[in-house]
Design a protein around this ligand. Structure first.
Ligand code: SF4
Length: 984
C-alpha cells in the first residue's frame, strides 16, 4: 500500500488510488466540479488541482494516482490561484450579479459556494463580452426544468445519464462558445428515451437542471445551499430499497435527494423517478387526518351497536363499484406528454387539473363516515374483534399486513393476532407477488430469500439470466446496474414474452409464449446435460434427487420446447450453453414467472437449472427473486405469512409456539398450531372469516377477479382498515384508522438482498394520524394483550431475541448502509451472499424436484383471441394510492392503457389513444390503446394501477395449488373498439 502526505497528514491508501480518493477517505476536502462519485473521470475542469512535492507543480487530484512518498498540499498558493482562474473563466457566461455587492453571503449552489470561498468577483453581466446562454428551455414540466444560462459545461449530467443510468438522453452539441447541453436530437426527452430519473438533477453543481416542486415552493424566498434539515430514510416504493435523504422545511418534505455514499448502499446515490419525485403523496390533501367510523355505529349503554341498514345496504355508498367504473366510457386519453407538448402550458395546466380531480379521493366516498376520536375508534375495533372472536372462534378473525409498513409494525401486528386471537390467518401481498418463489425455494433449499446482492450482479457476474422481470421499469436502479454490468462485459440473456428494454438490449432474447417457462427451462437443462456442461462436483456434494430431474427433462429436447414456447431451438441451445459456462451466472426473476397457475413449477424448473450448473453460493453467482414492494421481504421475515412465526419458524412446531408464547406473555395453548388461511383463500366461498383487519393494503384493486372480491368485502361482519387514504378497500370499512407515511415514523425495512435499513422520522403525521406501530400498541393493550413498547427500537430489541438471523441487529449498527442478514451476533458483519458451504437443510443439501410443463389456466380461442398479461409501469406503483397522488408521476401516466401491437390495432381499426373494450371470461373494462411493439401479435399488456380500468376485473380467480397464487399473467380476452363520449 503506498503512503503519501496530504497537508502534513501521512496516509496509507490502496494501490491505484488517486489523490482525490486518498483525500476524501481522510475527510480532506478538495473542490470538484467535473468529478463526481461513480462517474468516469473527465479531468477537464481543473478546479481540483493540488500542489505536489513542494515545487509548485500542479496536478488534477481526480486524475493523478498516488505514488509512494508523494507530498500534497491542497490549498497551496499556486493551487488557490489556479482555482480562482478556473472559476473566473467559468463565470464568464454565468448569471452571477446576485453575488456582487454583498451577495456573497448567499451562494445558491455548489459552484457559487466555490466562487465565494475563493473570493472570485464576477464581472457584472453588462460589462461582459459574451452573453448568457439561453435560459429556461422546458417550461411546464412538473418534475424537471432547465435554466441553461447557469450551465458551466462540466458535463456531469451527460456522463451521469450515459454512464450511471445508461440512458444517454443528454449530449454536448456545437463547439466553442456555442457549446451547450442538448436533450436528444430534437429537444424531446421522450423520443430520446428519458426516464425522468433525475440523475442529472442530482449531479448538476449549478442547478442549471433542477427539480420544479421545491423551486415553486421556495419561490420568492432565499434558498441557501443545503440549509434545510436532512433526514436519512429509505425509498417507499420498490424492493431495491434505495437510501434517500429527506430535506425538510416546516414539517414539509421540500425535496428528496440521495446520499452520495460510495460504500455499500443499494443505490450509491442514484434513484429512479419514483424515488426522487414521487414523495408529494405524503402531503396530499386526501390524507386521512382523523379516525372515521361508519355512520350507523352508535354507543348504547357503554357498548357499540350497529343501527344502520343491514344486508347489502350496510356497506354500500354513494359511489360506483370498481366494476361499475370499468364499464363507463371515458374521455379519450390525452396523448403522452412529450417535450413539445410540455411547452404548451395551457394543456399542462388542464392535464394537472384533470389529474387532481380524478386521482383524488372522490368527495362522496367520505359520506358514509363520520369523524371520530381515537378513543371511540379503537374501542369499537377492540370490541368487535373480541366479540366476533368469542362468538365464532379463532378461525373467524384475520389480518392483512403490509409490505409497505416497517418490520416493527409487521412484527407487532402478527404478534397481536397470533398471541391474543390464536389465529394464523395472517398474510400480506407476498401472496400475489413471490409466494410461488417462496414455496419452490422452501422445497428445494429450505429458504425464502435471495442468496446474493445486487452489487455482485453488477460487478462480478459473467452471465446474467433474467426471467419474467422488467427490471428497468419495476426496479429501475437495479435495472441500471444490470445495464452497467452488460457494458462491463456481462452476457445478458432475457426470457420474456415482451420486448422490454432489457430484452432489446440483451445478447439473447428468448421471447416465449406466456406461461411456457417450464418447457423452456427444462429444455435448457436437457441441452446442458446432453453437452456435459452440468457441474457434477456440485451436484454430488451439495444436492440430492438429481437423477429424477435428469429423467424428467430427457423428453424436453430444444425442438420440443420450440414447439411449445415458440423460441427457436438454436436460441435455446445457445442460452443453455452460455448459462452453464458462466463461469459466474446470476439468475434473476420476478412476477413474470411467479404469477402463473404453474408459478411454483416455473421457479422449481429454474432452481433445477441453478443447482445443476452450481450457479449459487459464490460472489457473482446470485439467485435473486426480485422483491416487489419496499418491505415485502421484511414483512415475510416478520411472520406476516400464515405458516411461520418471525424468521420462518413454523407455527406447527410446538417448540416454536412455546418460545413465542413465553416472550409474548400468553399460554402456549392460546396459540394455534394450524397454519392459517392465505389472502387469496380468505375471500373464497365458504370462508370462515367474519372480522378482518387490514393495515396498508388495498386488496380490492390487487386481488384477482375484483368483482367477486368486492362483493365479499361488502359482506363480512366487521372490517377495520388502517391506511393513509380512504382507499377503494377502506370505503367499505366500519372503522378507518389514519396511519403515517414512511416519512412520518421511524422503522426498519428489508430490501431484496436481505439488507435491513433504518429510516428515521422526518416530519409529523397530519392532524391526528399516528405512526402505525403506535396504533397497534394502543390497540393491543385495549384488546387485552399487554404491549409496553415505547419506540420502534424497543420492538427491534424483542425481534432480535426471537429471530436468530437478526440477533446481532441494533439500531446503532443499522445507521448508514444497514446490514444484510443473517446477522447472528453483535460482532457479525452481515452476510452479502449465502450458501458458500451448505444449504440450510438438515443434511446441508439442496433437493432437485422434477417438474412437467402443463398449459396455462386459460388459453385463447376464437371468442377470446388475445392473451392479456398484467403488471407495473415505470411511473406508477401497485394500486396507485401513492403514485396517483404524486403530481409529476401521474402527469407522466395519467390514464389507464392497454399496450397493443400496431398490426393488431390496425386489424381492429383502432389507433393510439382510442378507446377499446377488453372482455375476459369474467368481466370487461374500457381503456385506451397504446401502440407498442413490445408486445407480440395477439398479446396485450394492461397495468393494474388504475381503478377506472382495473385489470383484475378481468383476471382469473384460479389459484396455484402450492402457494395459492393467482394466475395474473395469462388471461384470454377479446378486444373491440369502444365509444368515445360525444362531449370529448
Ligand atoms: Fe425507490 Fe425502487 Fe426507484 Fe430505488 S429503484 S428509487 S427503491 S422505486
Amino acid at each position: 500500500m503506498p503512503s503519501l502526505t496530504i497537508n502534513g497528514r501521512v496516509l496509507e491508501v490502496a494501490q491505484g488510488a488517486t489523490i482525490l480518493e486518498a483525500a476524501r477517505s481522510a475527510g480532506i476536502e478538495i473542490p470538484t466540479l467535473c468529478w463526481y462519485p461513480k462517474l468516469p473521470v473527465a479531468g477537464n475542469c481543473r478546479i481540483c488541482v493540488v500542489s505536489v512535492d513542494g515545487q509548485g507543480k500542479l496536478v488534477p487530484a481526480c486524475a493523478t494516482k498516488v505514488t509512494e512518498g508523494m507530498q500534497v498540499a491542497t490549498e497551496s498558493e499556486a493551487a488557490v490561484q489556479a482555482r480562482r482562474g478556473v472559476l473566473q473563466f467559468l463565470l464568464a457566461r454565468y448569471p452571477a450579479d446576485h453575488l456582487l455587492d454583498g451577495g456573497n453571503a448567499k451562494p445558491q449552489n455548489v459552484f457559487e459556494a466555490y466562487v465565494v470561498r475563493y473570493g472570485v468577483r464576477p464581472v457584472p453581466a453588462r460589462q461582459r463580452l459574451l452573453g448568457l446562454r439561453r435560459g429556461d428551455e422546458r417550461p411546464g414540466d412538473p418534475m424537471i426544468s432547465h435554466d441553461m444560462s447557469r450551465c458551466i459545461l462540466c458535463t456531469r449530467c451527460v456522463r451521469a445519464c450515459e454512464d450511471i443510468q445508461v440512458v444517454g438522453v443528454l449530449d454536448v452539441a456545437y463547439r466553442g462558445e456555442h457549446a451547450q447541453i442538448v436533450v436528444g436530437a430534437d429537444g424531446d426527452p421522450d423520443k430520446a428515451g428519458c426516464t425522468w430519473c433525475g440523475e442529472c438533477v442530482r449531479v448538476c453543481p449549478t442547478d442549471a437542471i433542477y427539480e420544479v416542486l421545491p423551486r415553486q415552493r421556495l419561490a420568492g424566498r432565499e434558498a441557501a445551499v443545503a440549509a434545510d434539515p436532512v433526514v436519512q430514510s429509505v425509498c417507499p416504493y420498490c424492493g431495491v430499497g434505495c437510501r434517500i435523504e429527506l430535506h425538510v422545511e416546516n414539517n414539509w418534505i421540500l425535496k428528496v435527494d440521495s446520499p452520495s455514499i460510495e460504500g455499500e448502499t443499494p443505490n450509491q446515490g442514484s434513484t429512479c423517478v419514483k424515488g426522487r419525485f414521487g414523495y408529494d403523496f405524503v402531503q396530499h390533501r386526501d390524507r386521512l387526518t382523523a379516525p372515521l367510523i361508519r355512520k350507523g355505529w352508535v354507543k348504547r349503554q357503554g357498548r357499540w351497536v350497529w343501527e344502520g341498514p343491514s344486508g347489502p345496504e350496510r356497506r354500500s355508498g354513494p359511489w360506483q363499484t370498481i366494476e361499475g367504473e370499468g364499464q363507463q366510457p371515458k374521455p379519450k386519453a390525452p396523448p403522452r406528454a412529450t417535450g413539445k407538448r410540455l411547452k404548451d402550458l395551457p394543456l399542462l395546466e388542464r392535464l394537472a387539473a384533470d389529474i387532481r380531480d380524478r386521482a383524488a379521493t372522490p368527495p362522496q366516498w367520505y359520506e358514509p363516515f363520520r369523524e371520530a376520536t381515537w378513543e371511540e375508534a379503537l374501542e369499537l375495533v377492540a370490541q368487535e374483534l373480541n366479540r366476533l372472536h368469542q362468538e365464532h372462534g379463532s378461525d373467524a378473525v384475520a389480518v392483512f399486513q403490509s409490505a409497505k409498513c416497517s418490520n416493527e409494525e409487521n412484527y407487532l401486528l402478527q404478534r397481536l393476532f397470533r398471541a391474543w386471537f390464536g389465529t394464523n390467518n395472517v398474510d400480506h401481498c407476498t401472496r400475489l407477488c413471490h409466494s410461488t418463489s417462496v414455496s419452490a425455494m422452501q422445497a428445494a433449499l429450505n429458504t425464502a430469500a435471495a442468496s446474493g446482492s445486487m452489487r455482485e450482479v453488477e460487478e462480478a457476474s459473467d452471465v446474467i439470466f433474467i426471467a419474467g422481470a422488467n427490471t428497468t421499469e419495476t426496479h429501475p436502479v437495479f435495472g441500471a446496474a444490470i445495464k452497467r454490468a452488460q457494458r462491463r462485459g456481462a452476457f445478458l440473456i432475457v426470457a420474456d414474452p415482451r420486448r422490454i428494454e432489457l430484452a432489446r438490449r440483451a445478447d439473447l432474447h428468448l421471447q416465449m409464449q406466456p406461461g411456457t417457462d417450464v418447457a423452456l427451462f427444462n429444455a435448457m437443462l436437457n441441452h446442458i446435460l446432453a453437452s456435459g456442461l452440468e457441474d457434477r462436483d456440485f451436484i454430488a456434494r451439495r444436492t440430492k434427487n438429481f437423477e429424477a430431474v435428469r429423467r424428467a427433462v430427457a423428453p424436453y429436447t430444444p425442438e420440443r420446447a420450440q414447439a411449445i414456447t415458440g423460441v427457436p431451438a438454436g436460441l435455446i441451445r445457445q442460452a443453455a450453453e452460455r448459462y452453464a459456462r458462466g463461469p459466474n451466472t446470476s439468475t434473476i426473476w420476478a412476477m413474470g414467472l411467479t404469477q402463473h397457475l404453474t408459478g411454483h413449477d416455473m421457479v422449481t424448473a429454474l432452481l433445477n437449472l441453478i443447482l445443476a450448473t452450481g450457479m449459487i453460493g459464490r460472489w457473482g453467482a446470485a439467485m435473486m427473486p426480485v422483491r416487489g414492494q419496499n418491505n415485502v421481504q421484511g414483512a415475510s421475515d416478520m411472520g406476516a405469512i400464515p405458516f411461520v412465526y418471525p424468521d420462518y419458524q413454523p407455527v406447527s412446531d410446538p417448540a416454536a409456539r412455546e418460545k413465542f408464547a413465553r416472550v409474548w406473555g400468553v399460554e402456549p395453548e392460546r396459540m394455534s398450531l394450524k397454519p392459517g388461511l392465505k389472502v387469496t383463500e380468505m375471500s373464497r366461498p365458504g370462508s370462515p372469516i367474519r372480522a378482518l383487519y387490514i393495515m396498508g393494503e388495498n386488496p380490492i384493486i390487487s386481488d384477482p377477479d375484483i368483482a367477486h372480491a368486492e362483493a365479499w368485502f361488502q359482506s363480512i361482519d366487521f372490517l377495520a382498515v388502517q391506511d393513509l387514504f380512504l382507499t377503494e378497500t377502506a370505503r367499505y370499512a366500519d372503522v378507518v384508522l389514519p396511519g403515517a407515511s414512511f416519512a412520518e415514523k421511524t422503522g426498519t425495512y428489508v430490501n431484496t438482498e436481505r439488507r435491513i435499513q433504518l429510516a428515521h422520522q422526518a416530519i409529523t403525521p397530519p392532524g391526528q394520524a399516528k405512526a402505525d406501530w403506535q396504533i397497534i400498541v394502543e390497540l393491543s393493550n385495549r384488546i387485552g394483550l399487554p404491549t409496553t413498547f415505547r419506540s420502534p427500537e424497543e420492538v427491534m430489541e424483542e425481534i432480535r431475541r426471537v429471530a436468530p438471523s437478526w440477533a446481532g441487529v441494533t439500531y446503532a449498527r443499522l445507521e448508514g448502509a444497514g446490514l444484510q442478514y443473517p446477522v447472528p451476533s453483535e460482532n457479525h458483519p452481515g452476510t452479502p451472499f449465502l450458501f458458500a458451504d451448505r444449504f440450510p437443510t438438515e443434511d446441508g443439501r439442496a433437493t432437485f424436484h422434477p417438474v412437467e410443463y402443463t398449459d396455462p389456466a386459460e388459453l385463447p380461442d376464437e371468442e377470446y383471441p388475445f392473451v392479456m398479461s398484467t403488471g407495473r409501469q415505470l411511473y406508477h406503483w401497485h394500486t396507485g394510492t401513492m403514485t396517483r397522488r404524486s403530481t409529476g408521476l401521474d402527469a407522466r401516466e395519467p390514464t389507464a392503457i392497454v399496450e397493443m401491437h400496431p398490426d393488431d390495432a390496425a386489424e381492429l381499426g383502432v389507433s393510439d389513444g382510442d378507446l377499446v373494450r377488453l372482455t375476459s371470461r369474467r368481466n370487461s373494462v374500457i381503456t385506451s390503446v397504446r401502440l407498442s411493439d413490445r408486445v407480440a401479435r395477439r398479446q396485450v399488456f394492461v397495468p393494474f394501477h388504475f381503478r377506472e380500468a382495473a385489470a383484475n376485473l378481468l383476471t382469473s380467480p384460479v389459484l396455484e395449488p402450492h402457494a395459492k397464487m393467482a394466475a395474473l399473467k395469462v388471461c384470454a380476452v377479446r378486444i373491440e373498439p369502444a365509444q368515445v363520449p360525444a362531449a370529448v
